[in-house]
Ligand binder design. Structure first.
Ligand code: HEC
Ligand code: HEC
Length: 370
């Protein structure tokens, strides 16, 4: 059983979401249908002139304009540079893997494989989550081991099975050897004596990612446009609430705000990866994973940290059974899926267009397949 303490490990917006869902987060008894009036605090979502709105809507908010960070303010110069770095395979040992290889921006930020292949085609142990709307999560990675995007971006270049660079100095050497990067780093980090650093690479990439947002008709609905969802989609939301999903999946990202035990009610089949426990060695965190955001979920199969489930229907069924103690029939699954599809937003085509990259210089290290 989870403890309320864990529900508090949450991002800034969560006071609302946590308050709104703290009750159903103590999972409701399996047989009792969720009470529609339980999840929302009285008054949170109340819009007197629109009485038909579901009271549980108070646990959800529209996406922000930008997933900002006081530590790394987003500027146009950082975005321009960060976009290039995101696509630049020269940040990998064999010049054949970039962030975009595993998080294809034109494929909703994923590679659609159970687990990703990196340097020399080596397979990792986890599924690549999407980079869209990730900046607002309480932390990064399935187990939350990086505190933010900027810390996260320092991982892949040095991971031997991802981009396989020897160390931060090797990455800085590559960046320094590409003449076109110097003015771009200077512009992005004005006044810094030595702007080309591994940290600044991560900051530029992080700034770029902080605007990878995909608002959808769900946001229009939350902002008050009652016609943004049709009746089937509204019924799907009610089914989502009835199945207890919002106890964990709420807030602007419909998830991403807390850690929870995978297999809370019924043990999860795959116990190999123990999630946060492997990071913290804290007994209470066995099988604890970051609750996934459900934004664009219909586009980001396969599902779960091990990429074990290809079908969204089955993923919904498993979640209800293992997390909420409810066995859903096909009609309920289809209805929830109809709601989840409203969380798909159009891709920001202009923002994600692959930029021309600056040419290598004479000192740029050659690809190394070893
Ligand atoms: C070889 C494939 C691969 C490459 C290359 C790669 N990633 Fe990832 N990425 C993954 C996998 C797999 C995970 C999940 C790992 C985990 O949770 O332990 C991940 C996790 C993330 C997350 C966390 C998202 C979340 O919801 O928690 C972000 C953000 C991210 N990657 C951004 C990047 C950036 C930026 C780069 C380039 C610097 C990059 N990735 C390169 C495979 C890759
Ligand atoms: C008790 C908390 C909890 C509840 C309740 C819950 N989930 Fe989840 N959900 C999680 C966690 C934790 C994960 C991450 C799973 C992992 O690490 O593999 C997740 C992952 C998912 C995923 C896969 C995301 C991905 O990107 O692979 C889907 C889909 C999903 N949940 C849908 C639902 C639906 C639909 C419901 C209601 C029937 C629900 N969840 C109820 C905690 C919960």
């Amino acid at each position: 059983m989870q403890t309320p303490r864990l529900l508090l490990a949450a991002a800034a917006w969560l006071p609302i979401a946590t308050a709104a869902c703290s009750k159903p987060a103590e999972p409701p008894p399996p047989t009792e249908p969720a009470q529609p009036e339980a999840p929302a605090e009285p008054g949170v979502a109340a819009e007197p002139e629109k009485p038909a709105r579901h009271p549980a809507l108070g646990a959800f908010q529209p996406l922000p304009e930008e997933m900002g960070s006081p530590d790394n303010p987003v500027t146009p110069e950082k975005i321009t540079l960060g976009r290039m770095l995101y696509f630049d395979a020269r940040l990998s040992k064999n010049h054949d893997v970039s962030c975009n290889s595993c998080h294809g921006l034109d494929t909703y930020g994923v590679d659609s494989k159970p687990t990703s292949s990196g340097h020399k085609g080596q397979l990792g142990g986890r599924n690549a989550p999407t980079v869209y709307n990730a900046g607002g999560h309480l932390s990064q990675f399935w187990d939350g081991r990086a505190k933010d995007l900027e810390e996260q971006a320092k991982g892949p270049p040095l991971n031997p099975i991802e981009m396989a660079m020897a160390d931060a100095a090797a990455v800085e050497k590559v960046l320094t050897s590409i003449p076109g990067y110097e003015p771009l780093f200077k512009a992005a980090f004005p006044g810094e004596e030595k702007p080309i650093t591994f940290d600044n690479m991560a900051k530029a990439i992080g700034a770029f990612e902080r605007k990878l947002l995909t608002p959808s008709k769900w946001d229009d609905y939350l902002k008050g446009n009652d016609d943004a969802l049709n009746d089937a989609e509204k019924a799907g939301f009610a089914a989502f609430i009835d199945a207890g999903c919002q106890a964990c999946h709420s807030g602007p990202y419909v998830g991403g705000g807390l850690y929870q035990k995978l297999g809370l009610i019924k043990p999860w089949p795959n116990q190999k990866d123990q999630g946060r426990f492997d990071v913290t060695k804290n007994e209470g965190e066995k099988m604890m994973f970051k609750v996934s955001s459900l934004r664009n979920i219909e586009k980001t199969a396969p599902y779960f940290h091990d990429g074990s489930e290809a079908s969204l229907d089955n993923a919904i069924k498993m979640m209800a059974s293992h997390q909420s103690g409810k066995e859903l029939d096909a009609a309920a699954i289809a209805s929830i899926k109809t709601f989840l599809a409203t969380l798909t937003g159009p891709l920001p085509e202009d923002y994600i267009k692959q930029p021309a990259l600056p040419e290598s210089g004479p000192d740029t290290p050659k690809p190394d397949p070893s």
